[in-house]
Design a protein around this ligand. Sequence first.
Ligand code: ADP
Ligand code: AMP
Length: 215
Amino acid sequence: MIIVFMGPPGAGKGTQAQILQENLRIPKLSTGDMLRAAIAAGSEVGKVAEELMKNGNLVPDEVVVGIIKERISQQDCANGFILDGFPRTINQAQALDKMLKDNNLIVDKVICLELDAEIIVARQAGRRVAPKSGCVYHLEHNPPKVAGKCDVSGEELMQRDDDKADVVRHRLGIYDNTVKPILEYYDEQGLLNKVAGDQTVDQVKQQIMSIIEQK
Ligand code: ADP
Ligand code: AMP
């Protein structure tokens, strides 16, 4: 099963993709996490991405398409995968379909989490992330068991550079400008499912599970 998560930054994609990864036992592929790892490793991709990400701008299509292409060829993706944060442009959506088609695969479900801008800015301020495990927490809504530490890896939690309110607003503007054609593209194929993101993590999860279970 190949599942695409869409929705504005902070809508809860990473949180839900992590839960789904555990339930379905297929990996969550977050281009944001991969790019942050590339920056930490000081790779060529990391050098291209660093300044763009810090300012909330998109990394060029060819860079993210290349990362995804390489990642989905790995063995752990053989039974499917969950895309979190990709595609973010219509070019990326078309490139994804092409690489899947070359392997006789298709996108099975697209889940778009919807959330208002004001809630998003508040959520991002409280977001804390664990870079190694990829787990996401919120100081109030989804705190770790031990303050400041990841439940899974025990690593120190961090605040992302691009979670400052002004950068979040800029990222939201980019999302609004690029998302429409992608949603139309998936809607025309009958793949699009919208879920209200202003519910508890568990309520959102239940709705996603019922979408996944539908034929
Ligand atoms: P995205 O991957 O879409 O950017 P995240 O999954 O990182 O979003 O969620 C953004 C922040 O909101 C995180 O701090 C997360 O813990 C919190 N969060 C996620 N889902 C919910 C929810 N349903 N209710 C309240 N807070 C949530
Ligand atoms: P995310 O972790 O999904 O919020 O992404 C963080 C940042 O990584 C974005 O603001 C972009 O700078 C970059 N990024 C992640 N995924 C993509 C993508 N598919 N296309 C372009 N840039 C991306």
